[in-house]
Design a protein around this ligand. Sequence first.
Ligand code: UD1
Ligand code: UDP
Length: 373
Amino acid sequence: MKLPRKILSVFGTRPEAIKMFPLCHALAADERFDARICVSGQHRGMLDQVLEIANIRPDHDLDLMKPDQSLDALTAKLLTGIGAILDIEQPDIVVVQGDTATAMCGALAAYYRKIPVAHVEAGLRSGDIHHPWPEEANRKIVGSFARWHFAPTETAAAALRRENVDPGAIHVTGNTVIDALHWITARIADEPELAAGLAPVAQRFAGRRVIGVTSHRRENFGDGMAAIAAAIREIAELDNVAIIFPVHLNPNVRRIMAAELDGLDNVALLEPLDYPHFARLLDIATLMLTDSGGVQEEAPALGKPVLVMRETTERPEGVEAGTARLVGTDRQRIVAETRRLLGDPEAYAAMARAHNPFGDGKASRRIVDVLAG
Ligand code: UD1
Ligand code: UDP
């Protein structure tokens, strides 16, 4: 009888947890695998919110988050910390997701031990190593030695082929974020109270057009973040509008958003929402303003127009499908594009159509089957 393959999933931030929990569920339910989980704790509160709702109990938790730590301090601790877990577990396969410091270090620690790496959400490229920063470099590093490249879309697969990755190692699976979104939507349908905490703010803003906002990109810190904050302040002055903004826990984001937006009547600055509540926000929002990667993928699946506050995107599929539009971090442009969408029903209708460019919700199943092969 074939022994189950020991597979260690390594992740540490909110978006990785959201995109990995469907795969962790699928691996745990499959007897071909002995599935183990190591979280780095690169994020704490925002990671734990996901672990709790998805009922994920890590086998190892490195608890590495320190307030506002530098990338080099974080990277050093991640590399040695994950390496030590690999020496204990000695897995047959290490799985990482995306492009965070945890993903890059988890993959590198595995490579140093000649353990094959599976890369979930492989092949995203903006073509600019400074946007997003440092994620564009992180994912290229993982992609340079991964054994399995799970590309969410054909565009991502083509980017890998252009980098001379063995075509036999590339598998187009869809993005696991859509698996996660389907899972959470079904959970909320069964247990509406999971997302009931948004009701007071939704009631407070009843009759207004709700704009959902998220922002956290490191390359936007400083002038970019200040421009985003000023744009949101100006948008809040438009007629019949309300803003719901769950603010990322990064102090560089919180400081500037609190200074510019605290105390405005129609702006709700909230703590990070857990996934059911964020899914509810996507549901009630007229449009989303974001610099997030994950939100760019979720909004098209729900037919919510999304204005992307970035200069480039590694997720062109949302733009091509017509649901996303790049607006950069220029205050006037963000305000102008928002006004246009709110004031022009035809422009709005053209963007507000559900598309599935990022997957059909079956990505985890496909990944498991390839890894078992
Ligand atoms: C990280 C990832 C980024 C991803 C983002 C998702 C890297 C280099 N960056 O960026 O790719 O898009 O997560 O949100 O891997 N903090 C808390 N509690 C938390 C989380 C963060 O207090 O639960 C604060 C801490 O002060 C922490 C700081 O935010 O030091 C920054 O966290 P970090 O993981 O280093 O970077 P992010 O900007 O969150
Ligand atoms: N999200 C959440 N609560 C929030 C904001 C975002 O659950 O308050 C979810 C969102 O649905 C998406 C993911 O977090 O799946 C995106 O994470 P983030 O923007 O932090 O990182 P990125 O995707 O840019 O790497």
